[in-house]
Design a protein around this ligand. Structure first.
Ligand SMILES: Cc1ncc(COP(=O)(O)O)c(C=O)c1O
Length: 408
């Protein structure tokens, strides 16, 4: 039976997460399917930013480091993110960017497995993960190697030389999701550490890092956590590893007593040693607002709605002329659906011109992210209707949609 728009409107009326839509600012006429790249603006963020800028900075000045909890912000917001990813208290810290956190934790992992020389990953991982591994290996000059294999070969490639298995839980281009339990167990059984990049899963689905005994993880603040452009990232180190893990960017914020100004480095006892320098407080304040909204949402419901929306989108699309790249099985799919088409770039530009915002991933992928807190079922239906209209009219072939921008 075809899925009708009224059926989608009914789903919206019965949606238990519906009230969250009002917590975000989105322009009229926009269907936003790119929250997996840059999350929407929480309505509470501008007022909080004004408060931090005008009161805490403008009036409090340097006093605000103590008086307004700036000095604890990395830990405090880290603890909140930790609740979203199933970490134990004291295991998560907000710091730096995801790329820098990858560098820090990969370096720590290689030191924790001194006899082993391989960082194992998948060839289709997000490039920064692979680039950072390459850069670290070059810097160390100790004969380490990056082995990046096809996803189907990862499990069998873990061997006695693997120091760390570094994977992104949900692939940025395909939306394919790893079985975190299975790969974590497999890596650890072979004596390797596991490092998960949660960029496309934190805030999109329940994650149980502590229950699965995951070693290390990193993730972004600006995607499903709605922290704003360039929001700081987070990192997780299992408590049992914290004392032995040494982080190479030994800056004063990771010192046991930063304000003692000692001439030599002494790492802080817990997760704090993973900090390097002064955090971007304004961005951290915005991130905290996004995380606070996320914490109000039952994560099981978020995942249930995400699966319902991605599967609705895929079912509506399957009659059309696109290859659906993302897995159809729920247990293999993150919160996005990707379509392959040789005209992916101009098609996406034509969609964006009509208010349906997704993104393009080279060479031929249209990527649509689903954010259950602010996306409705009828919007999913309307997005597909717009896509059909763009295809049927051939308007995507217009010259206006052909030239490439830097950010895709
Ligand atoms: C899987 C993954 N890791 C890392 C990043 C980005 O890292 P950074 O915030 O350091 O630019 C992205 C960005 O989209 C990503 O998709």
């Amino acid at each position: 039976m075809p899925i009708t728009r009224p059926a989608c409107v009914l789903l919206d009326e019965c949606d238990s997460l519906r009230a969250f839509r009002d917590r975000f600012t989105l322009p009229d006429g926009v269907i936003y399917l790119d929250g997996n790249s840059l999350g929407a603006l929480p309505k509470a963020t501008p007022a909080r930013m004004r408060e931090v800028v005008e009161k805490e900075w403008g009036e409090g000045l340097i006093r605000s480091w103590n008086a307004c909890g700036w000095i604890d912000a990395q830990r405090r917001v880290g603890e909140k993110i930790g609740r979203l990813i199933g970490a134990k208290p004291g295991e998560t810290l907000v710091a730096d960017s995801t790329s820098i956190n990858l560098f820090k934790l990969l370096a720590a992992a290689l030191k924790l497995r001194p006899g082993r020389k391989t960082i194992l990953s998948e060839a289709t991982n997000f490039p920064t993960d692979l680039y950072i591994a390459e850069g670290l290996i070059g810097l160390l000059g100790q004969g380490h190697r990056l082995r990046a294999v096809e996803p189907d070969d990862v499990a069998t490639a873990i061997d006695c030389d693997t120091a760390v298995v570094m994977l992104t839980h949900v692939n940025y281009r395909t939306g394919r999701m790893w079985n975190m339990r299975q790969i974590t167990e497999l890596a650890q059984r072979k004596g390797a550490l596991i490092l998960w990049d949660l960029a496309h899963s934190a805030g999109a689905m329940p994650i149980e890092l502590a229950a699965l005994d995951v070693d290390l993880a990193v993730g972004c603040g600006y995607k499903y956590l709605n922290g704003g452009p360039g929001a700081p990232a987070f990192l997780y180190v299992a408590e049992r590893l914290q004392l032995s893990a040494s982080v190479p960017l030994s800056g004063w914020f990771g010192h046991a007593d930063p304000f003692a100004f000692e001439p030599t480095y002494r790492p802080a006892a817990g997760i704090a040693r993973a900090a390097a320098g002064t955090p971007p407080l304004l961005s951290l304040a915005a991130l905290e607002v996004g995380v606070d909204v996320m914490l109000e949402a039952p994560m099981d419901e978020v995942r249930r709605k995400s699966l319902a929306q991605t599967s609705l989108f895929a079912r509506l699309i399957e009659q059309d002329d696109f290859e659906i790249v993302s897995p159809r099985a729920d247990e293999l799919r993150g919160s996005q659906v990707c379509l392959r088409h040789p005209g992916a770039w101009p098609i996406m530009q034509a969609l964006i011109a009509r208010g349906v915002i997704g993104d393009f991933r080279a060479p031929d992928i249209l990527r649509f992210g689903f954010t259950p807190l602010y996306l409705g079922y009828a919007e999913v239906w309307d997005a597909v209707a717009t896509l059909r209209q763009v295809m049927a009219s051939g308007s995507w072939r217009d010259a206006a949609y052909q030239s490439r921008s830097i950010v895709t």
